[in-house]
Design a protein around this ligand. Structure first.
Ligand code: HEM
Length: 491
């Protein structure tokens, strides 16, 4: 009884306090409750409705929407420059991406902490560095190792889980890059190790909400299984780095040479391993799934890739039919299918939160599509402000008929439309904090896609439905069922 009274009093005091203290964002449009409490958006985030909800709120309230007493979402590509290219500091959301208690480029909040890390990494993630012959060879070797699965699907007439296969390929590529070509994982050929490590990452994904959204409570409510699995993968990454002996072709060695301490390098690498494998695998999975459902897209993709391929060296190395990456990289339809996949199925579709500088900022619609220029609102310093690719990529004034998967829009549009589409394309973020691994990811994505469609036609497995492929509503997405069965048939 006593406890209940305390709770009721506490709640009443909280509501009273909130009602009498106006949110500094109360002038921003949004649901009334968001002026008083962040519980509403937290509940929706917990129940995995956030991205779609913010999307609806933008439809209802316009390009700037209040999400809580201290957070707004903007959906106006004219503000990508102000927020991301001018590089507002990140919000506390990113703290939880620290590893070993040490900041890395992704988790660094202030630009001063981020810039020196980025300078070092830029050198070995530049396009020329990641398309060097050694990296290309490394990707081709992993493709050759994976060919047994596609062959098996064809010969045994059975569908295989491509999400798991793509996670293995992406992990083998990304860890070879981090620890050196001879020291990466071999998940493609080692299912025991694969299931152990991917299983640990899966446990972490389950509790995704707590760290970024409830950092102050994380210490008390994080499940034991989550802590155990993080401890395990942290140690696994550190062991991999130490065991590698830091060969010259490893990112680890380049970080250390660039002035990183051992634990700073380890924190960086643990982040790249997780950031690099899941996103790439999810993009490839949605690509295969979508293409499998659309024979007309598949026919064009097959035709373009096969025309670019050469003869095989007697099948000894299956990837030898593929042209050099510089030629793959020029194929327009392959590029367009990938771009459209990354637009509609962005592996990180959610808000990328930043903090408005102390002086605050004015928002007024950047063009008539977003409202009248005269309708200005002030967003005070310290407010969290974000954009989400989910909404930017479904903006009909930039992408007409936005829900249609239409690779041709990247080929046939006039230069002004293309410029608008590219400006709104936020799959890899924007500005100096955008994805440093983008070039490696694109190379991997193009190689795997070309490898598959140079030889196979894809069909959906019976287990794979629109419902099983529903994109879960989290910071980073994946199919709801956590699998995608595809059947490969030699053409
Ligand atoms: C399709 C694949 C990928 C997607 C969609 C993706 C997406 C993103 C996005 C959206 C950001 C910026 C987040 C923000 O501003 O809040 C980011 C940052 C980052 N990504 Fe990726 N990523 C991909 C692959 C990779 C790979 C392969 C690596 C490394 C091997 C990587 C490493 C990083 C790192 C280190 C950052 C932080 C960069 C910085 O702050 O300087 N990512 N990524």
């Amino acid at each position: 009884m006593f406890a209940a009274t305390i709770v009721v009093f506490g709640l009443a005091a909280y509501v009273g306090f909130r009602l009498f203290t106006r949110s500094p964002l109360s002038n921003i449009p949004g649901p009334a409750i968001t002026a008083f409490t962040d519980v509403w958006i937290l509940i929706n985030t917990y129940f995995e409705r956030r991205n779609r909800l913010i999307h609806e709120l933008h439809h209802k309230y316009g390009p700037v929407v209040r999400l809580s007493p201290h957070e707004v979402s903007v959906s106006d590509p004219g503000y990508i420059k102000a927020i991301y290219i001018n590089n507002y500091d990140k919000s506390k959301f990113y703290f939880l991406f620290d590893n070993y208690g040490v900041t890395n480029a992704f988790s660094a909040i202030e630009k001063q902490a981020h810039a020196p890390k980025r300078r070092v990494m830029h050198q070995f993630y530049s396009k020329s560095a990641v398309t060097a012959a050694t990296v290309e060879r490394c990707i081709r070797t992993r493709l050759d190792r994976s060919s047994q699965y596609f062959e098996q699907s064809h010969k045994e007439n059975k569908a295989i889980d491509v999400l798991r296969l793509f996670r293995s390929i992406a992990m083998d590529v990304v860890t070879a890059f981090q620890f050196g070509a001879d020291h990466g994982t071999d998940f493609i050929r080692d299912p025991i190790q694969r299931d152990l490590i991917l299983g640990k990452y899966k446990v972490q994904a389950k509790s995704w909400f707590i760290g970024p959204y409830l950092p102050s409570l994380a210490k008390y409510i994080t499940p034991k299984s989550f802590v155990e699995s993080i401890t395990f993968t942290d140690q696994w990454n550190l062991d991999n780095m130490r065991r590698s002996g830091l060969p010259p072709d490893s990112a680890a060695k380049k970080l250390i040479d660039g002035g990183f301490s051992e634990m700073e390098a380890a924190s960086e690498i643990a982040d790249h391993v997780v950031a690099g494998h899941e996103t790439t695998a999810v993009a490839l999975t949605y690509l295969c799934w979508h293409v499998a459902k659309h024979p007309e897209i598949q026919a064009k993709l097959n035709a373009e890739i096969r025309a670019a391929c050469g003869p095989s060296d007697d099948g000894r190395t299956p990837s030898s039919v593929l042209p050099a990456f510089k030629d793959l990289d020029r194929l327009p339809y392959l590029a367009a299918v990938l771009q459209e996949t990354l637009r509609l199925y962005a592996p990180i579709p959610a808000s990328e939160p930043r903090v408005v500088p102390a002086s605050g900022m004015w928002y007024s619609p950047s063009s008539s599509e977003y409202g009248s220029k005269e309708s200005r609102v002030f967003i005070p310093g310290g407010a969290v402000i974000s954009m989400q690719p989910w909404t930017l990529h479904r903006d009909p004034s930039v992408f007409p008929d936005p829900d249609k998967f239409d690779p041709e829009r990247w080929i046939d549009s006039d230069s002004e439309t293309l410029h608008k589409m590219n400006r709104s394309f936020m799959t890899f973020g924007a500005g100096i904090r955008m994805c440093v691994g983008m070039n490696l990811a694109m190379e991997d994505l193009k190689f795997v896609t070309a490898f598959i469609f140079s030889k196979y036609a894809v069909k959906l497995g019976a287990e794979t439905t629109d419902d099983s492929m529903y994109m879960i509503d989290r910071y980073s997405t994946r199919p709801k069922a956590n699998y995608c069965y595809i059947h490969f048939e030699e053409r």
